[in-house]
Design a protein around this ligand. Structure first.
Ligand code: AMP
Length: 304
């Protein structure tokens, strides 16, 4: 396989896109904010299976951070990310830059109603506007056949799918399972904000979701009782501030009346310096992949 290419400008990306199109190739796209972990790399590996050219972008998009959020301190590791993407089999890494992506007087945005308004949209009022605007720009420049997203950010997958449908974008959205650490904590670049003791306690998010999935598997169908099962371990966890823990319709994200045959548990909480989100389907899908640290290090040949 030829060496991974690194590009930084939209002009370079357009040239690459035209080159792939001229030989009838299919581009698979994995957008990220960097500080890459095995969850991100699982998307690259999935893209590898159905596309001949895999492009991953790394861009800490200022537009999706609200005032007082962690834009400045968000972890950045360009060299490490390039090495990880190469090891995972990406053909191209697009390290986008703010000056190239946004004109100084940029003033056009994608605003979505419906599923973007509640939950993360309520907690972070300009977040999805920033996400959708940058994703539309990235898609317009690259025009990938397929777009790979992690279920870790469940509401984001719903909101992006909706934009793709509503605005007639010609890309297929592929949602991939959440990759977890052995205790169940969903891998996230923001886990770096957790102290070791907090990292252990953060597993309660997944424990609460699993307890709700178990209750559902055993026949519980009442939405209020399911939400109580979801909330109670979270409310009992010392130092954790719960923002929301709800059971919703998997497509509209609206509250369910019951009996709940299908749905999604969605959780957001603060722990120490981190704001954590997680989710799980009802009924549970195939078990999420768990990566133990040895496997994780082996896959990231750059570790250690
Ligand atoms: P981020 O860099 O956090 O913006 O994430 C970039 C992409 O990776 C998004 O589609 C995320 O949903 C996905 N992602 C993040 N963490 C995980 C994980 N633990 N498992 C699977 N996908 C993930």
């Amino acid at each position: 396989m030829s060496a991974m290419r690194i590009v930084t400008t939209r002009q370079q990306v357009r040239a690459l896109r035209d080159e792939v199109a001229s030989r009838g190739g299919r581009i698979g796209f994995v957008p990220t904010m960097g500080a890459l972990h095995a969850g991100h790399l699982s998307l690259v590996e999935r893209a590898r299976r159905s596309c001949d050219t895999v492009v991953a972008s790394v861009f800490v998009n200022p537009l999706q951070f609200g005032p007082g959020e962690d834009f400045e301190r968000y972890p950045r590791d360009r060299e490490g990310d390039a090495a990880r993407l190469a090891a995972a089999g990406a053909d191209v890494s697009w390290f986008a830059e703010v000056e190239d992506m946004y004109a100084p007087d940029h003033c056009s945005y994608v605003v979505q109603e419906g599923p973007a308004l509640d939950l993360e949209g309520a907690a972070r009022p300009t977040h999805f506007r920033g996400v959708l605007t940058v994703v539309l720009k990235l898609l317009n420049v690259l025009r990938p056949a397929q777009l790979f997203l992690g279920r870790k950010d469940y509401q984001q997958t719903v909101v992006i799918r909706r934009m793709v449908r509503d605005l007639d974008l010609e890309t297929e959205v592929v949602v991939c399972p959440t990759v977890r650490e052995p205790g169940g904590l969903a891998m996230s670049s923001r886990n770096a904000y957790l102290r070791p003791d907090e990292r252990k306690r953060a597993c309660v998010l997944w424990q609460a979701i699993e307890a709700t999935q178990r209750a559902h598997a055993e026949g519980e169908r009442d939405p209020e009782r399911l939400e109580r099962i979801l909330r109670s371990p979270l409310e009992a966890c010392p130092g954790l501030t719960l923002e929301y823990a709800v059971v919703r319709d998997g497509e509209t994200l609206q509250p369910l009346r019951g009996p709940v045959e299908r749905g999604v548990c969605l959780v957001a909480a603060r722990l120490g310096a981190a704001r954590l989100i997680d989710n799980g389907l009802l009924p549970a899908a195939a078990p999420d992949p768990v990566l133990d640290p040895a496997q994780w290090a082996a896959r990231l040949q750059t570790d250690g």
